[in-house]
Design a protein around this ligand. Structure first.
Ligand SMILES: [Zn+2]
Length: 295
């Protein structure tokens, strides 16, 4: 049986088995929908969809699944077929399943955003990656649009740092991925989605608008520096506000950023996001920044 593939969004190549394995195809399509839900910040439903993608994926894997098996039994069967899957944190899989059940039965509130983002990044996406690797010899990271992949990794890094802070907030970890996908949808810059593009802005108008925004952002901060925007990719558009690290007074610390072009911004309400997105560029530009500001 050959299954016709629908329009792909964020995955550049599906696993070869999708041509004949309907459950595997469904898992990949549902994973792409997870990213659409992340883009529109429907994090609890992104988590429930991720759990559905995992169910389909395991139903479509050679683990001896029965049609009526739910996620709990499927995971248990999968752990007996692969030692790497067996070693994957079982408590976190239980947390994911329990939160999924709660959201499905009682709906969700803004309080569910943080735990949903936490479980998507720490458990849902890595477990999907692992099962695709173990049961279908397919690498999820490596077959996504490069900028989508980059911002999944940004989310993982921000999450890793946010975890080190007691009671740390999590709901912002996917902010750059979410903004990027909304931006690309609006521009029509995703394969096959050109039809929903907004009308492009004339180049002259854009340059003038960006320059005006840069000047305003420059006046707003004490030490600001233009960098390439890690979200839209435009050079010299992300105005980064720099402070001095308390522990190492000589070190310039990225505090907040706003892109004068695409409008993405991050600040103290999104701990570690500016740091992860700009540290490498700030380090490279540090001698020039010091010279310019006489630091
Ligand atoms: Zn930008």
């Amino acid at each position: 049986m050959n299954i016709p593939l629908s329009k792909r969004l964020f995955v550049t190549r599906y696993p070869a088995g999708c041509a004949t394995n309907a459950e595997l195809l469904s898992a990949m399509q549902t994973f792409e929908t997870v990213i659409v839900l992340i883009a529109y910040r429907r994090f609890p439903h992104a988590l429930t969809s991720c759990a559905s993608a995992l169910e389909s994926l395991l139903q479509g894997s050679s683990i001896g699944a029965a049609k009526k098996d739910g996620l709990q039994i499927l995971v248990r069967k999968a752990t007996t077929k692969s030692s790497a899957v067996g070693a994957f944190a079982p408590d976190e899989m239980n947390d994911l399943r329990e939160l999924r059940n709660q959201i499905v039965h009682r709906g969700f509130s803004p309080q569910d955003d943080g735990p949903s983002v936490d479980l998507l990044i720490s458990t849902g996406i890595p477990f999907m990656e692992l099962c695709l690797r173990e049961f279908h010899h397919y690498e999820l990271l490596g077959n996504l649009l490069p900028e989508v992949e980059k911002h999944i990794q940004v989310a993982q890094q921000v999450h890793q740092l946010a975890k080190t802070v007691a009671g740390g907030r999590m709901s912002h970890c996917l902010d750059s991925l979410s903004y990027l996908v909304r931006l690309r949808f609006a521009e029509g810059n995703l394969p096959g989605w050109e039809d929903i593009a907004q009308h492009g802005e004339a180049t002259g108008n854009r340059l003038e608008r960006v320059e005006r925004a840069k000047q305003q952002l420059e006046l707003a901060g004490e030490v600001t520096w233009p960098l390439t925007c890690a979200v839209c990719g435009e050079p010299d558009c992300a105005m980064v506000e720099l402070g001095f690290d308390g522990a190492k007074p000589s070190r310039l610390q990225p505090m907040a950023m706003t892109c004068a072009d695409c409008g993405f911004s991050a600040g103290p309400a999104q701990p570690f996001m500016t740091e992860v997105l700009t540290t490498d560029q700030v380090k490279a530009a540090e001698p020039l920044i010091r010279q310019e500001y006489g630091l």
